[in-house]
Design a binder for this molecule. Structure first.
Ligand SMILES: [Zn+2]
Length: 389
């Protein structure tokens, strides 16, 4: 059997406690006017702004409240142009980083966001590399600091869609676990379980390759080792470091190996319901594994994904004799312990199932799933996730 693959990531990645100090000198090398994309709480970024000032860079703040929409991106681009900013620094959670990525891309390209957006837009390819973009995550979850897409909401159509291009890969990713110290337990839980979901889905993906496998095998054991501790003891430096690393590895893997049924559902659900991405993924994860395993045993008993799920179960439980099905039990138990609510909490009900399974089947995130699930199987995954564990 022949093998060929490709691997692409951010130009440069700096990881470590205190790494955030390297953002200002790096930004200053590119220009003296920086658009600084942040979350709603500017206090969290005061230190970085002071460092940029001290380095001689003019810092123009741009706040992202909630999830980024196409209109918000247009406003960000306009502000960056008016203020003559040539570099974009984004410091925050996944939504803030995605907003920064999209603003940096549009700053260097003609036209508007919808010209380049997948599915609901024209889907044109970006013509020019994005403006220099520095991603500084303050949560440990999406891995978007090393991926090539930005998820944007189009409220008028009640959907989310991706801007996707190799030009979206950040010029610099600065992953400083200290920035995640003291994150509230609920955010720690859902972002950590998002990272774990991404690692598992990339590992069993039909598009996995030896490079992404390396990140998954290194990353998956970090969750059983440290996610509970990060949740219960939010200032445990070692646990925070492990989870920042797990999130980084999940981004490196998913951007090159793709994802599966859990993220296939997370895409349409995120567009229609006000549910946090990581919480949706966590609520679906045990059921996605369960139905995938049953379908693989019935229709593709030779699939290498079965052995991979067994490896996942061994890494999660630490037991060499674990079976693939033990991965269902382990993920269900951690969802209970970390208080992940079922999907019905967000107003998702049986009446939404037919539409959601049709959209999930078309979602680009579904493409790595180890086999094609039938509409009945997709419906089962969703119905189980609505009810709970
Ligand atoms: Zn995710």
């Amino acid at each position: 059997m022949s093998m060929s693959f490709e691997f692409a990531t951010a130009t440069r990645i700096i990881f470590g406690e205190g790494a955030v100090k390297q953002v200002a000198p790096a930004a200053r090398k590119w220009c003296s006017r920086v658009l600084m994309v942040t979350g709603h709480d500017p206090e969290r970024t005061a230190r970085l702004r002071a460092e940029l000032d001290a380095a001689g860079a003019q810092c123009l703040p741009f706040a992202v409240e909630g999830e980024p929409t196409v209109d918000l991106i247009a406003r960000g681009v306009q502000q960056a142009r008016e203020e003559r900013c040539e570099v974009v620094v984004a410091i925050g959670g996944g939504s803030v980083l995605d907003a920064g990525k999209a603003i940096a891309a549009l700053l260097a390209n003609p036209g508007e966001v919808l010209d380049y957006l997948e599915v609901v837009g024209k889907g044109n390819a970006l013509q020019n590399p994005a403006a220099p973009f520095i991603a500084v995550p303050t949560t440990a979850g999406t891995g978007t600091e090393v991926t090539r897409n930005a998820v944007l909401a189009v409220p008028a159509r009640k959907v989310k869609a991706s801007l996707r291009s190799p030009f979206l890969l950040p010029r610099l990713a600065v992953v400083d676990p200290e920035l995640t110290q003291g994150l509230p337990p609920a955010i720690t839980a859902r972002t950590g379980l998002d990272a774990l979901t991404q690692l598992i889905e990339a590992y069993v993906s039909i598009r996995s390759n030896p490079v992404t496998d390396g990140f998954c095998v290194q990353g998956i054991p970090l969750a059983p080792r440290s996610l509970r501790r990060a949740f219960h003891q939010g200032n445990d430096a070692e646990a925070r470091r492990d989870m920042s690393l797990a999130a980084l590895f999940s981004g490196l893997a998913l951007a090159n190996a793709g994802l599966g049924v859990v993220h296939g559902f997370a895409a349409p659900l995120g567009g229609r319901f006000p549910a946090p991405h990581g919480a949706v993924c966590a609520a679906i994860l045990p059921h996605g594994i369960e139905i995938n395993l049953r379908a693989l045993r019935a229709r593709a008993p030779q699939s290498p994904a079965l052995g991979r799920y067994q490896e996942v179960a061994r890494m999660l439980t630490g037991r060499p004799e674990a079976t693939a099905e033990d991965a269902i039990v382990w993920t269900r138990e951690i969802c209970r312990e970390l208080e992940i609510p079922p999907l019905k909490t967000y107003g998702i009900g049986k009446q939404h199932v037919p539409e959601l399974i049709a959209e999930a089947a078309r979602a680009s995130s579904m493409k790595g799933n180890p086999l094609v699930l039938t509409p009945d199987e997709l419906g089962e995954v969703l119905e189980l996730s609505i009810v709970g564990f």
